[in-house]
Design a binder for this molecule. Structure first.
Ligand code: CTP
Length: 420
């Protein structure tokens, strides 16, 4: 699922039209892509006010941004005219969303430490709006422990990220660090804007698990399953569009991180459990991952075939049940805990049994037999199994299942809180 496809172009148009975006351009080669970003945003009816850092103005000219955005461009905190005509507080308060693209390692470091030594960082410190950043830097800078620390800090502060992508970089190296393409940033902006869709989850924190887990047997082999992560990722994206702060804990999948969502990548069930526990507290937990039930004690070296010898036997131990652990927490239990039941037979009976055994509030049951074609496919046919009965939905696109589920859970969340 490409990031762009998570919010259709029509929906983007609806969300972006009439919105004011404050675009902060950092000083990196990728700054030229932000010119195209402005064009794409304007095409969708958004108003874009641009602030260039001093370094950005060496890569792209304020005039280019002024011509494309049809707005004057701001680049100096201490310009008296700016302060009289448009104080920096007003500049950030009047925006619906602040977007930093490209966000260089230096700019991220200044944001993480709360500096306010130029107009860009002053605005970022003064804003009461959501901030979405599109990092762009050399792969070694991206992977440096200092940048990792700054990013962890910014994520904790609620800053949203889109990208970076992996690929060939301007400096000739290969790896993560390339700024996301303008259309992917547009999709992330549409997902992050307050009022994108009904803001039924505004102010909520939602934790979603998605994808398979991978349990190593030796350095070359692992146990896993066929989960694609499409349904879980679509739910995370839908929750973000409904205004939630979303933490997605994802096993290894082939699809992109959803825009506007904090994604934590893990491999094993134990890592997934640790990432989920670190992400709590939350209002809503949705366990959509196909967590491997068992893990092996991985051999330190690759297990070799012995000609004529018996095949090795695997000694497996049971993985913790993440869903049950979250549902049975004594402290910081999310108000709603939702699990999935992937079944090939006796779907409803099995789902009811799981609901009771795991102590969750709702089970989304689906038929994953080969005939249903759910694994890896784009459609899903689900049944919501709760203590008060079963509701069956027709076969829908996974993104429609996600949107409906999020709407339903938002209602239940409000009801559960009213009943307290
Ligand atoms: N789950 C989990 N941690 C596990 C196993 C499952 O969090 N170790 C969650 C899944 O994310 C899903 C739900 O539990 O939301 C159902 O998973 P499933 O594998 O179908 O249930 P099991 O209890 O493992 O039952 P079985 O494999 O026998 O069907």
């Amino acid at each position: 699922m490409r990031a762009e496809s998570l919010v259709s172009t029509d929906a983007q148009q609806q969300i972006l039209a009439g919105r004011t975006l404050l675009l902060i351009v950092g000083g990196g080669v990728a700054a030229y892509k932000s010119l195209d970003l402005v064009r794409r945003l304007r095409e969708r009816g958004a108003r874009v006010r641009t602030v260039l850092t001093a370094a950005a103005a060496r890569f792209v000219t304020p005039l280019s941004f002024a011509s494309l955005s049809g707005e004057r461009v701001f680049d100096d905190l201490f310009s008296l005219t700016d302060e009289q005509e448009m104080g920096h507080i007003r500049l950030s308060r009047e925006a619906d969303l602040v977007v930093v693209a490209p966000a260089t390692a230096h700019l991220l470091a200044r944001m993480a430490s709360g500096q306010a030594d130029d107009l860009a960082t002053t605005l970022l410190l003064a804003t009461d709006k959501r901030v979405l950043v599109a990092p762009a830097m050399n792969v070694r800078m991206w992977l440096h422990p200092a940048t990792r620390r700054n990013i962890a800090q910014l994520r904790d502060d609620g800053v949203l990220f889109v990208g970076p992508e992996e690929g060939e970089m301007a400096c000739g190296e290969f790896g993560p660090g390339r700024m996301s393409e303008p259309l992917a940033i547009v999709a992330a902006i549409a997902a992050a804007l307050p009022g994108a869709g009904r803001q039924s989850l505004a102010g909520r924190h939602v934790v979603v698990t998605s994808g398979p887990t991978r349990e190593p047997i030796d350095p070359a082999r692992y146990l896993s399953n066929r989960s694609s992560g499409k349904q879980g990722h679509a739910i995370a994206a839908a929750a973000a569009r409904a205004g939630a702060r979303v933490t997605l804990v994802s096993g290894p999948v082939e699809i992109d991180d959803p825009p506007g969502v904090e994604t934590r990548h893990v491999e094993t069930a134990l890592q997934m459990l640790a990432a989920v526990e670190a992400a709590l507290p939350a209002d809503l937990f949705i366990g959509a991952a196909a967590v491997a039930d068992w893990r092996a004690e991985p051999a330190p070296d690759k297990i070799k075939k012995r000609p004529g010898g018996a095949p090795p036997s695997l000694v497996l131990s049971e993985n913790p049940d993440i869903l049950a652990r979250v549902a049975r927490r004594e402290s910081a239990r999310p108000t709603l805990v939702v699990g999935f039941a992937a079944e090939t037979r006796d779907m409803i009976a099995n789902a009811e049994e799981k609901l009771a055994r795991k102590g969750c509030d709702l089970i989304v049951a689906n038929d994953v037999s080969a005939a249903a074609g759910v694994f890896g496919g784009d459609a899903n046919e689900v049944h919501l199994v709760g203590p008060d009965g079963v509701e069956s939905w027709p076969r829908l696109d996974k993104s429609d299942v996600a949107a409906r589920l999020v709407a339903r859970l938002a209602e239940r969340l409000s009801q559960a809180e009213c009943a307290r």
